[in-house]
Design a protein around this ligand. Structure first.
Ligand code: VGL
Ligand code: ZN
Length: 204
C-alpha cells in the first residue's frame, strides 16, 4: 500500500510568507492532483509556539540563518514562522483539504525543532507517523511539499531508514536553498535510495 506525504504546504513557506520558499505555491497544483490518485493521504504541519528556540528572535544577539549548537547538534535559526494558531501556519488556501486523512503536527516543543515527519531533530523523539503507517500496511511513500532541503529531505531520509520505498515528486517540491543546499539534498536523497519522478508518472 502506498501513501502520499504532503510536507508543510503552509502560508509561511509560500511567497509573501514569513519563511518564503521561492515558488513554494507552485507545488499546490500537482499535489492536488496526486491527492485524488492515492488511497492514503497524510499532511504535515509545522506548528511552533512563539517562544520556539529555532526562532532567531528568541536568542537576542542572533540573526535568521545564523546557526547555534543545541543539545542535539547544530540548528539553523529561522525567522518566526508557522506560529500555532496564526494564518501563516494555515495550509495554502488552494490546497485541497478534504482528501487528507491524517495531519501530523511537528515542532510544537519549544526546545527542539522537528524537520522530519517521523523524528524530531534529536533523531530519537517520534511523531507517531511510523506507527500509523505500519498499522495501515503502508510500505511505499510518495513525498511532496516544502522545503526540499529541510523538511522534505529529512522526511525522505528517515523514511528510507525505516525501510519504506520512497518516491520524491520532483515537480511538487521547492527548496529554501542556503549555499546550494537544494543540490546537496538531492544528492543525499539519491544516495539513500530515494527515487525521483514527475507527478504525471505516479499512479496508485
Ligand atoms: C521548514 C525550516 C524551518 C520546512 C520548517 O518545512 O522545511 N524549514 N521549519
Ligand atoms: Zn519550522
Amino acid at each position: 500500500m502506498k501513501a502520499l506525504i504532503i510536507v508543510d504546504v503552509q502560508n509561511d513557506f509560500c511567497p509573501g510568507g514569513a519563511l518564503e520558499v521561492p515558488e513554494g505555491d507552485t507545488v499546490v497544483k500537482p499535489i492536488n492532483k496526486l491527492m485524488d490518485s492515492l488511497d492514503c493521504v497524510v499532511q504535515t504541519q509545522d506548528w511552533h509556539p512563539s517562544d520556539h528556540l529555532s526562532f532567531a528572535s528568541n536568542h537576542g544577539n542572533k540573526d535568521p540563518y545564523d546557526t547555534i549548537e543545541m543539545e542535539y547538534g547544530e540548528q539553523v535559526l529561522w525567522p518566526d514562522h508557522c506560529v500555532q494558531g496564526t494564518e501563516g501556519a494555515e495550509f495554502h488556501p488552494d490546497l485541497k483539504n478534504k482528501p487528507s486523512q491524517l495531519i501530523v503536527r511537528k515542532g510544537f516543543r519549544k526546545d527542539i525543532d522537528s524537520y522530519s515527519a517521523f523524528f524530531e531533530n534529536d533523531h530519537e523523539t517520534v511523531t507517531g507517523l511510523h506507527g500509523y503507517l505500519q498499522a495501515r500496511n503502508i510500505d511505499e511513500l510518495v513525498i511532496a511539499g516544502l522545503a526540499t532541503d529541510f523538511c522534505v529531505k529529512w522526511t525522505a531520509l528517515d523514511a528510507r531508514k525505516l525501510g519504506y520505498k520512497v518516491t520524491l515528486v520532483e515537480n511538487a517540491v521547492r527548496g529554501i536553498d542556503i549555499e546550494s543546499s537544494v543540490d546537496a539534498a538531492f544528492d543525499e536523497m539519491r544516495e539513500a535510495g530515494v527515487e525521483f519522478k514527475n507527478s504525471g508518472e505516479i499512479s496508485d
